[in-house]
Write a protein that binds this ligand. Structure first.
Ligand code: SAM
Length: 416
């Protein structure tokens, strides 16, 4: 077996002399002793045995469950190191998967709310045995088993306060059902706790609301809505700013959910068109337009690809597209039609830089350039990152890849 190089949370850059070893709980630059437990074609997986030389960025994890609970992966790193690493990860994945080199990735934008920020959690429990529920929590690190989580360090204080009561209620209900011997079989379940303007809500069908920027958004508690209320306004402001450009009259928001980006950006456009697979989310988007007295947004339920049938009367050259797909990214059929429509700008928001990098490659091979790459630290203490890439139609830059168009924004690079 080749000698492993010092390992990092996401795996170090590959070179012909190095061997990638994935070791949770390590910080780039540390010397460690590890035990390899699995070999793959291109890398190995290992457990950390000892830190021989620790990084100055190593900190004491806040949560006693860190290392067992699979929810957080980076609590052992300072927030500055977490953000630097996430930025590096975006850079690496763009190079490896997207074949994009020679670009700058901006510093990840975050806020000082790096604990107690998460406004939604979904703990699980297995089916009760003899009326008793054992763990109520999240998946154990690297396992399908659950770890009991009485309190979550990244959830908001209001959610943690409600979690205590909810855990007790769920256990009491299971015991009562066992005593009553109801014919219905007891099951495992996923609980919902979401903090909103209405307080902490546990019914996924409840109608709730949140304010972002100057707008009010109503949605059902179980549907998708971004869950870091501290960083979200900064990300929305960025997306709205990057979507705006001289001579662009129309906005297409694919994967629009309840209309967050479309409605927030609507004042800069003559008309906006949103598409979204969930009919419930489209109903929310339409209601949110009315609620905020916005009259130039048109929403349709359907696959993202369906949008092109309804926008034949507008030209791509006059249009900006916002993309915010689920983790799997965009499908090729959609991207093919998008490139045929040829919007002047594309602002691509993603919670998975790997699938985003794959889609970036597709766009770059079809004549788009990257104007800016801006990560947002929406999920501190975890390995997750929200990344925004701004693409411009290459003819509009008047030069080849990497050039800056005349309307390129100022784009701050420091953390907030
Ligand atoms: C990451 S969410 C973004 C929602 C919205 N932009 C927001 O920030 O609130 C992705 C959205 O894509 C929707 N979606 C998933 N597959 C889709 C498809 N094939 N076509 C259109 N929308 C889809 C999901 O229902 C979800 O609302």
């Amino acid at each position: 077996m080749p000698l492993p190089t010092p390992s990092t949370p996401g795996g170090p850059r590959e070179s012909p002399e190095s061997w990638v070893v994935m070791v949770p709980g390590v910080i780039p630059g540390e010397r460690i002793r590890l035990r390899i437990y699995r070999n793959h074609k291109n890398y190995s997986e290992a457990d950390l045995m000892h830190v021989l030389e620790s990084s100055s960025e190593r900190v004491e994890p806040v949560c006693p469950l860190f290392g067992r609970c699979g929810g957080c992966q980076y609590q052992h790193m300072s927030v500055a190191a977490q953000r630097a690493w996430k930025r590096e990860h975006v850079l690496q994945v763009l190079a490896r998967t997207g074949n994009v080199t020679g670009i700058t990735v901006q510093e990840a934008i975050g806020t000082e709310h790096t604990l107690g920020y998460r406004s939604k959690i979904t703990p699980h429990h297995e089916k009760p045995r003899g009326g008793e529920i054992r763990e109520i929590g999240f998946l154990k690190l690297g396992s399908r088993a659950l770890v009991d989580v009485p309190e979550c360090a990244i959830a908001t204080p209001a959610i943690n306060a409600r979690l205590r009561g909810l855990r007790e209620e769920v256990r009491v209900t299971a015991r009562a059902a066992a005593v009553a011997e109801t014919p219905r079989k007891p099951k495992g379940a996923t609980l919902l706790l979401r903090e909103t303007r209405e307080g902490v809500v546990t019914d996924p069908r409840a109608e709730v609301s949140d304010q972002v920027g100057g707008l009010l958004f109503k949605y059902t508690a179980g549907s998708f809505f971004q869950n870091n209320p501290y960083v979200l306004p900064h990300m929305v402001e960025y997306v709205v700013r990057k979507a705006g450009a001289p001579n662009v009259r129309y906005l297409v928001d694919a994967y629009c959910g309840g209309g967050l980006f479309c409605l927030s950006a609507s004042k800069n456009f003559e008309a906006c068109y949103g598409v979204e697979i969930s009919e419930l989310a489209i109903l929310s988007a339409q209601r949110n337009a009315e609620l905020n007295k916005i009259g130039n947004c048109h929403f349709q339920a359907g696959d993202a690809t369906d949008i092109f049938a309804g926008i034949g009367h507008i030209s791509g050259a006059d249009t900006v597209t916002i993309l915010d797909p689920p983790r799997k990214g965009c499908d090729e059929g959609f991207l093919t039609q998008l490139c045929r429509f040829r919007p002047a700008r594309i602002v691509y928001v993603s919670c998975d830089p790997a699938t985003q990098a794959r889609d970036a490659r597709f766009l770059l091979e079809r004549g788009y350039d990257i104007e800016e790459v801006q990560p947002f630290d929406l999920f501190p203490q975890t390995r997750h990152i929200e990344n925004v890439i701004v693409f411009v139609e290459a003819h509009r830059t008047g030069a080849g890849a990497g050039s800056m168009p005349s309307w390129a924004g100022e784009g701050g690079t420091a953390s907030l």
